[in-house]
Each structure stands twice: as C-alpha cells, then as structure tokens.
Design a protein around this ligand. Structure first.
Ligand SMILES: *C/C=C(C)/C=C/C=C(C)/C=C/C1=C(C)CCCC1(C)C
Length: 245
C-alpha cells in the first residue's frame, strides 16, 4: 500500500503526450485561480460569467490531474474522462453565450438548443471514438457529430446568438465575434485529433499518422477553455461602470 502511495511515475523527456497533460493541468489550475480571484474585481453584472470561466478551467484542471496520472500509469488515452470533462465544460460554454446575450433578449430555449446540440455532438463523437472505433463506424459517427457542431457554428455566426449580440452592440458584439472565431477555428482542432485517433487516419493518407490524438486534444483544450474565458474576462473589464472619482 505504501509503495502505491509513494510511487512517482517520472515523465520521460521525449514523452510529449504526458508532457502536454502535465502542462495542461498547470495551465488550467493557473487560469482557474486567475478567474476566481478576478470575480471580485468585476462589475456585478458580469460576475457570473467570469465565475463560469473559472468553473470551466477548474473542472478541466481536475480532469487533467487525473488524465495525466491515468496516461502515465497505463500509456493509454483517457477517452472516457476526456468526454466526461467535455460533457461538463462545453455546456458551460453554451451558458456563457446565453449570459452575454440575455440582456438583449436571449430566452432559456436558446440555451437548451445550444446545450442539446453540444451533447449530441459529444455523445455521437464518443460512440465513434470509444464504442465502435472501427474505421467505417468512426467516420460515420464523426460526420453525425459534425451536424451538431455545425448547428452551433450556425447559431453563433448567423443565427439567434449572432442576431442578439448584434442587437446588444458594443462590447457584447465584439466578444461574440471573437468567440465565434474560437468556435469555428479553435473547436475545429478537435476533429483533427479525432481523425488522428481513427483507424486508418485520414483515409489512409499519411498526413496525420504519428500525430497523437491526446496532444491535439490537449492543445485544443488549452486554446479554447483558457482563451474563451479570457474573452469573457476582457468583455467584463471593458464594460464596467467606473466609479467617478
Ligand atoms: C473544452 C472542450 C471543448 C471546447 C471541446 C470541444 C469538442 C468538439 C468541438 C468536438 C467535436 C467533434 C467533432 C466535430 C467530430 C468528431 C468528434 C468530435 C467529438 C471530436
């Protein structure tokens, strides 16, 4: 028992997968501390949004702490906990879109649409990655998952979220435009990781062979979770009622 508790699994210097799990854990922890402390330095109307930015990176930090260990101990990809993390954090990102557009009239129905589309995207992606990981099945489920993804892209770029953000104007409009790029470009990192992990890669082409799915997902998470939170933070800071001295 003691040997189990005291065992330290060293990360080999050429083990990039384990290294990105380690750096990911640290980055998510640091971002969480930052967002949590900044809540007190935020205009009251944006506090919930900044708090949720911190919850997103905090949930990821806890998962990364575990996934880093899992990967070092087993050499395997922590697929299940990866998707548990996403199932918690991606709907919270949907909540952010709802909160920033709420004052312009966003209804709870819009929040549910975003959450439903993200859960659909993630559950079907999990089926293709973990339950039926054969080449044909992975491609089919990957395409099905993409329907959910493109629906979210549509809502944020042209649909209700975009319209409400334009109506709100100012800092909200600006923030939504930046977040829309995160969803279009930053979130597109994930299908690349998915394909890297699919049997046969990109239809047998060598472009993604040798690329680790975990390295791609870890980069995607750092860019999207921390980046997303920072956009919300900048919005909150730019839209504060300055006390007149
Ligand atoms: C913090 C975690 C985030 C923002 C995760 C986002 C994940 C995706 C956008 C995943 C998308 C996928 C597809 C569009 C097709 C292939 C399967 C997925 C689930 C990797």
């Amino acid at each position: 028992m003691h040997s189990v508790l005291l065992t330290i699994l060293p990360i080999a210097t050429d083990n990039y997968v384990a290294f990105t799990f380690f750096v990911g854990t640290m980055a998510m922890m640091a971002a969480s501390v930052f967002f949590f402390f900044e809540v007190g330095n935020t205009d009251p109307k944006w506090r919930t949004s900044v708090l949720i930015s911190g919850l997103i990176t905090f949930i990821a930090a806890v998962h990364y702490y575990y996934m880093r260990d899992y990967n070092l101990a087993t050499g395997q990809s922590p697929v299940f906990f990866r998707y548990v993390d996403w199932l918690l954090t991606v709907p919270l990102m949907c909540v952010e879109f709802y909160l920033i557009t709420k004052k312009a009239g966003a209804k709870v129905a819009l929040l549910w649409k975003l959450i439903a589309a993200s859960v659909f995207m993630l559950v079907t992606g999990y089926i293709g990655e973990a339950i039926y990981p054969t080449e044909t099945q992975s491609w089919i489920w990957g395409f099905v998952s993409s329907i959910g993804y493109f629906y979210i892209v549509y809502l944020i770029w042209f649909g209700e979220v975009a319209q409400l953000a334009e109506k709100a104007g100012g800092a909200v409009r600006k923030a939504n435009r930046t977040l829309a790029w995160f969803v279009l470009v930053g979130w597109a990192i994930y299908p690349i990781g998915y394909i890297a992990g699919t049997a046969g890669g990109l239809f047998g082409m060598p472009v993604l062979s040798g690329l680790s799915l975990d390295v791609v997902y870890n980069i995607g998470d750092a860019v999207n979770k921390i980046g997303f939170g920072l956009v919300i933070y900048v919005l909150a800071q730019s839209d504060r009622v300055l006390a007149k001295a």
